[in-house]
Design a protein around this ligand. Structure first.
Ligand SMILES: N[C@@H](CCC(=O)N[C@@H](CS)C(=O)NCC(=O)O)C(=O)O
Length: 203
């Protein structure tokens, strides 16, 4: 198998961190997003959506969508469990992973893609007003998430999970988007420092 990777881009990194937590090694094939290699004929034949990550299995099956790829590896190697254990924990991990995608990672991505000059060739058209519209939503969600983290160590409960990976990477993505976690969100800051200190965070 081969994992088409995208360097510092957040979604490929979600999969790399997940694999590092599992202790799984997969051969990586870099896709140079800066050079728009994802739009080449060769890569578009692998993923017509022209996005990374993409996992190509030995039989030629292509898996895209970071969480679908993570779920594939979770099923192949359940330990350590990163999608929760038992009905309730699994539902809570799903809930928080979705919340962190929909209300944090995606809005940050909208800000970055619609305001950063380097993204003008990928986000067509760039809509600066959409970047602006997302900024208060990010802050509102961070304040909500901060209240949640006052009572538990990890995004979805007592155990580290894929929701922490999505959240950590979203917060890291705030820097290139020229955003910052509000000073008042002390629990988010504490949690982010803790999950960033795991060896997998460097993957
Ligand atoms: N929903 C997809 C998103 C994939 C995605 O948007 N990847 C970005 C990098 S983080 C990309 O390939 N962008 C290239 C482009 O926009 O042309 C996932 O979860 O993997």
């Amino acid at each position: 198998m081969k994992l088409y990777d995208g360097g510092r881009a957040p979604n490929p990194r979600r999969v790399r961190v997940f694999l590092a937590e599992k202790g799984i090694t997969v051969p990586l094939e870099p896709v140079d997003l800066g050079a728009l290699a994802q739009k080449s004929q060769e890569f578009a034949a692998i993923n017509p959506l022209q996005r990374v990550p993409a996992l190509v299995l030995d039989d030629g099956t292509v898996l895209t969508e970071s969480i679908a790829i993570c779920r594939y590896f979770e099923a192949l190697q359940p330990n350590p469990p990163l999608f929760g254990r038992g009905a309730l924990e699994m539902a809570l991990v799903e809930m928080w992973n979705r919340r962190l995608e929909l209300h944090l990672l995606f809005p940050i991505s909208h800000v970055f893609r619609n305001s950063h000059p380097a993204m003008a060739k990928m986000e067509i058209p760039q809509v600066p007003a959409w970047a602006e519209a997302n900024k208060p939503r990010i802050e509102d969600f961070l304040r909500l998430f901060d209240r949640e983290l006052a009572n538990r160590p990890f995004a979805a409960g007592d155990q580290y999970s894929v929701a922490d990976i999505t959240g950590m990477i979203a917060i890291d993505f705030m820097k290139p988007a020229k955003l910052a976690v509000p000073e008042a969100c002390v629990h988010v800051r504490r949690w982010h420092a803790a999950v960033s200190g795991r060896p997998s965070a460097g993957a």
